[in-house]
Structures are given as structure tokens and as C-alpha cells.
Design a binder for this molecule. Sequence first.
Ligand code: SF4
Length: 420
Amino acid sequence: MIMEAARKGQITPEMEYVAKVEEIDPQRLRRLVASGRVVIPKNISRDAVPTGIGESMSTKINANVGTSKDFIDMEEEVKKALIAVQYGADTIMDLSTGGDLDEIRKRILKSVKVPVGSVPIYQAAQDSIVDMSSDDMFNAVRKHVEGGVDFVTIHAGVTLDALERLKRSNRILNVVSRGGSFTIAWMIHNEKENPFYEEYDYLLEIAKEHDLTISLGDGMRSGCIADASDRSKFMEFVTLGELAREARSKGVQTLVEGPGHVPLDEIDLNVRMMKRLTDGAPLYLLGPLPTDIAPGYDHITGAIGGSVAGMHGADFLCMTSPSEHLALPTVEDIKEGTIVTKIAAHIADLAKTRERAKKRDDQMAIARKNLDWKRQFELSIDPERARRIKCSRKSKSDACSMCGDLCAIKIIQNALRREI
Ligand code: SF4
């Protein structure tokens, strides 16, 4: 149990590994894990790469894959997971809702070494959202955990109280979280409290058996700019903060999710409030998306929001693909979404931990100065694309065809050497 070990003063092999990768003192990392400010999601029954998420860690990125009821192709989902990892995804979430969910999850868990997350309520609700029982919900969690997933999203902050507040709000899109909408539909139909909130202790017991990390889902995240930063969302953060505290007291590692569509100037406020209300829990953000009007380009929208959120303290960015709001992503969409999210995370790291993050940028600057194209490709986030563009329109000079012999880098170097 990673958190319990940290509290007892022990540095586990996972902590040692993360400390080395993150270039941080292992004792400092141990303290951050003990306090819940860093999590290392790792199911005891699976040998996932130890990955540190939270304070003083580099910003991590997740890629969502998974079938829908309209498109069920297991091989395609495995390909998406593999390409996401190839382009830098630190974790994969299987959000499948169509087909043989057990088999798809098994294949994804087997195909990648990074931590894998899931949303068990999708499986519990596969036949009927409103007719699932609370046992179905907890059994789905147990099934996913016993199958080896390293973290699960649970929408425990969606409560009857939150529902009443939502009804009094003037939101345009009400709820856009899929798990949140399932939970609310179930609560209204059954006139009952959310079982994951009411029997949260039981959930923590299940989590503890396998050292599962719980990602507290943001059922009330805003689905458009008009709904951003409202009472529904901030009240959910208060609940999530309480739930995160309770989980920590039982030695269960916890992430907190948020905040949806948020205008750029309110991202700072959202991130700081989330951190404050959750006692510094690692924040896992989808986007945030700072505009609603860019379907087809929401990977870029998400990357802009993600960079700003990361700069202000978000720890874990969920990839948005060009298909967001439009369709189930293709393999190419996942690749593109992963690459731009990786760029966003790196930009955030340059602002958060300049000296540590900028080593690669410094090497790129030197390679540019030397017109060393091979090295520039090696250092690129997407070497294949950089090489393809350079080679598609070659220059007769050793510079690139943008300026050719008028290359500013060459001219100024020659001038400074007084060779012109
Ligand atoms: S040719 Fe122009 S664009 Fe290309 S490396 Fe030189 S200065 Fe940069």
C-alpha cells in the first residue's frame, strides 16, 4: 500500500523509481505521497510503470480510448492505446461502452505498461442506466479492480443536494459528464442518494484491497462557457474535497477531476480553488476548454486551456481529440490529440519547473543554431512530422527552404565571426 508505506516513513520501489524519473529527493516524494499531494496509481495485481502525479511532478497526460455503442472494434481501441503511449501518454483510460467490455479492458491492460484507468459505472449501466442496482455499481468497481485497473473514476460528488442546486441553477447544458448524467438519471428515477456517496466507506474498502487510486469525477463540470465557475461546480468541489480527505484518512490515494469549459481568465481561479478545497489533491483536468466554438479543433482548444491550467498547478491533463463533441475518435485523432496535449503539458512544465523542464528546449536551441537537422528531429515531440515537412520542400542550402541562403541564423553567426 503506497500511501500507508509513505506514512510509516518507508520508501517503496515505486517511490524510488518516481523520485529518479522526476529528479526529486525520495524523502520529499515520500512526504508528498503521505500527504496525498502526489499519487502513484498502481494496482497491486498489475505491474504498471510507476507514475507520479501531483505537486512537484512533471505534468502528466492521459489518453482516453474505448468503444461506443455505434463503433465497436477492439483492435482499433488497442491501436489507439498503443499510439497514445508511443506519443507520450503517461496513462490510458478505457471508456468503452459498447461490445464485450471485459475483453476490451483485458486487451488494453495487456497491451500497455502505463497505468490504466476506467469508469466502472459505464459497465454497470450497460443494459439499463436506471435499472442498475447499487450492487451492480459496486460489483462493477470490484470487477475492474480485480481485473487490474490502476485507477477508476467515481462520480461520488454527485449528490441529491447537488441535484437540487442544479435544478435551481440557470445552466444551459446542465450536466455533460457521462458518468454524472448516469448517476443523476438513476437518482431521479429511483429517488435515492448516489450509492457511491452514501456507501463511500465500502468503496474505500474495495479500493484498499488492491491499492486502487480513486479519481473523484467532476459530474458537475461545466459543458459550456456560459455554465463555467458556477455554484453547482464549486459546491461539488467542496464535496470532492471532503471525500478526498476521507479517502486519505483510510490510506486510499485520490485524484480530483475538473473543471470542463472555462474561459481563459477563470482557469487560474478554478485551479487554485480546486487545490485549496481538496487540500492540494492532484488535479486531473479535461481541457479545460476555453471556448465552445471550435469543433474539429478542440484538441487545440484543450491544449491552450491545459497549458494555462498546468501553469497554475493542474497536474494531469486529459487529452482532447479533434473529434471531441463530434464523433468517436479515430487512431489518427488519438495520435494528434496526444501530441498536442503533450505539448501543452511541456509548456506548463516550462512555467512550473523551468530549469528541469527546459533542458530539452536548450538542446533544441543549440541544434537550431548548428542547423543540425538530425538532432532537431530527435528532440522534436513529433519527429516524423518535422522530418516529413523538412524533406518535402528541401533547400539547396544547408538551412531550410523558408529563407535558404538568407537564413538569419547563418547570417548572424557569420556576422558575429566577422566573416561576412
Ligand atoms: S532558413 Fe530561416 S527558417 Fe530556416 S532555419 Fe534558417 S532562419 Fe530558420
